[in-house]
Structure formats: structure tokens, C-alpha cells
Design a protein around this ligand. Structure first.
Ligand code: SAM
Length: 290
């Protein structure tokens, strides 16, 4: 049997990838609820977390744990159950499984064994944020979570500085300000940027501004550093990418040798760019050195 994944060609148990809400419990499809109710097992990233959703919808299917710490051990067990004819619905804590969540190993193993894999689509924070961001949506790249350590994070961002597609990141609230400051240092202040926070929840906030203004706004309001967030950055302009890389390098050298204000004035004379914008960018670079 080929890997056609169509209803007609496969007549055995299936692995369902079921999207669950990212905050608002009503954001789940009737098909998802049906699959969760009818599967033999629900494999959940956090069983206690998912029980809240299941109780809300009076779903009594047996739940087992499938998360990043047990996926190597659990994958063959789940594949065995699928071979025995038991369908499994995989859910993560929120949104679409496998999107910055466990499941890849299981899906790969299922496909290798010609087990049918069925997506049951629904909420995904990255897509919800992108759709409401006001940034170009025709081409985008999802980069997941930037590295936690600043050195690696700066290198990671630098590798994206010439990317022309809209950039989409997941950012933990504890690292929001540091990450935005690093983005400012690498991408410059003039790019449009968006913080989409607490989507579908009571304190949903979607803020779009120039990156430098967005950093100031987040810094000035600690409430914006709470909850869950997606950060989006406008892609580089066709020529701006090289210019921006050049400006970032120039500022890095000047900031090493001179007070910030002087570094910004000299960079402004050399590049013709706005002195205040360069000062803000230099400030970001300086914060990063600490
Ligand atoms: N699989 C999920 C999805 O489809 O969106 C993402 C899981 S990832 C472990 C969790 C991250 O998604 C959070 O740290 C945050 O960046 C983002 N996220 C999840 N829910 C969100 C929400 N309601 N508002 C904004 N961002 C959210």
C-alpha cells in the first residue's frame, strides 16, 4: 500500500494530529471534537493540561503522555497500538501539534510503517498572528523560538538579516525585551515589527510599529512582557539588507571605541541615515554587550 493518505486507500487505524485552542476554548472544530471522542487514545503533551479541554467537552477517551522527554520511548509503543488497530489522536498543549511541539518523530515513524496520518487543522499562534499583523503574508518564514543564549541568538538573527520574507518567531515572555533589543541591533529600527500577545484571550494585544518604537513601548510597559507572544518582523528590502548589515557592522566598531552619542553622529555622517535612529540602534548594541 502506497503512502496516499486518502480515505479510500487505507483501511486501518490512523494517527490524527488534532489542533486544539491557543487560549479560547471555543476555537476547536467539531471534527476535532469528534476525532478526540472516537479515538482509542489521546496522546497529550501534558495530560493534566489537556484534561481541562477534554472535561470541558465531556470527552472521556483514555489519555497517555507523549512529550519531548518520553517521545523516543513512547513512539514504538504508539506505533504498535496503531498496528493493532487503535487510532490515536495526538494533541499538544495548544494549537497545532508539531509546530514547535512534539510529534515529528511519531509522524515520521508512522509514515515509514504506512500508517495513515491525518491532520485535523485548527488554531496555530504563528498563523493567527501573521494574519492579523498587517505585514506581507504572501511569503513568510517561521523560525520558531530564537536561541535563549544571547550570543547564539545574535548569530541566529544575523543569519536572517537579509531575509526578504516576513519573519515569524515564538518568543518566551521572559526573553521578549532582550530578544527585541537584539532584533533592533541586528535589523535596525526602521523595520515594521509586531508583537501579537495573548491571542484569543482576555488581554489580546496586537501592536505594530517601527522596531525601535516597539522596543521602547515594550520596555515602558511591563504588562506587555507577560503571557504568550508571537513576534513578527518585516522582511529586508531588496537593497536595504546589505545596507543594514553594513550599518550594523559600522556601529558595532564605533560603539566599541566611542561613547554612544558620538558613535551615532559619526555613523550618521558616514551613511546619511538619521542620527536618532542610529543612536537607538547603538543603544541596542551596547545593551547586548552587558
Ligand atoms: N503548537 C503551538 C501553535 O500551533 O501555535 C505553539 C506551541 S509553542 C510551544 C508555544 C508558543 O506559541 C508560545 O511561547 C508563544 O510564542 C506561542 N503562542 C501560543 N499561544 C499563543 C497565544 N495565545 N498568543 C500568542 N502566542 C501564542
Amino acid at each position: 500500500m502506497g503512502k496516499t493518505l486518502s480515505n479510500q486507500t487505507v483501511n486501518a487505524a490512523s494517527l490524527f494530529l488534532v489542533a486544539t485552542p491557543i487560549g479560547n476554548l471555543a476555537d476547536i472544530s467539531s471534527r476535532a471534537l469528534q476525532v478526540l471522542a472516537e479515538a482509542a487514545w489521546i496522546a497529550a503533551e501534558d495530560t493534566r493540561h489537556s484534561k481541562h479541554l477534554l472535561q470541558h467537552y465531556a470527552i472521556t477517551t483514555r489519555v497517555l503522555a507523549y512529550h519531548q522527554h518520553n517521545e523516543a520511548r513512547q513512539t514504538p509503543i504508539l506505533i504498535d497500538r496503531l498496528h493493532q488497530g487503535q487510532s490515536i489522536a495526538l494533541v499538544s498543549d495548544a494549537g497545532t501539534p508539531l509546530v514547535s511541539d512534539p510529534g515529528y518523530r511519531l509522524v515520521r515513524a508512522a509514515l515509514q510503517d504506512d500508517i495513515r496520518v491525518v491532520p485535523v487543522p485548527g488554531a496555530c499562534a504563528a498563523i493567527a498572528a501573521l494574519s492579523a499583523s498587517g505585514l506581507p503574508t504572501d511569503r513568510f518564514v517561521f523560525e520558531g523560538f530564537p536561541p535563549a543564549r544571547q550570543g547564539s541568538r545574535l548569530n541566529f538573527l544575523k543569519a536572517l538579516s537579509a531575509e526578504q520574507r516576513t519573519l515569524v518567531f515564538y518568543v518566551s515572555c521572559h526573553r521578549l525585551l532582550d530578544t527585541l533589543q537584539d532584533m533592533l541591533a541586528v535589523f535596525g529600527g526602521a523595520r515594521q515589527a509586531v508583537v501579537a500577545r495573548e491571542l484569543t484571550k482576555a488581554f489580546e494585544t496586537i501592536r505594530k510599529a517601527r522596531l525601535d518604537d516597539l522596543v521602547d513601548w515594550v520596555r515602558g510597559d511591563p504588562n506587555q512582557q507577560r503571557g504568550e507572544m508571537v513576534v513578527l518582523i518585516e522582511g529586508a528590502s531588496e537593497h536595504g539588507d546589505q545596507d543594514q548589515e553594513h550599518v550594523a557592522k559600522l556601529l558595532t566598531v564605533l560603539v566599541d571605541e566611542l561613547p554612544l552619542k558620538q558613535a551615532a553622529i559619526i555613523a550618521s555622517r558616514l551613511t546619511g541615515l538619521n542620527k536618532n535612529d542610529l543612536y537607538k540602534q547603538a543603544l541596542g548594541l551596547n545593551n547586548n554587550k552587558r
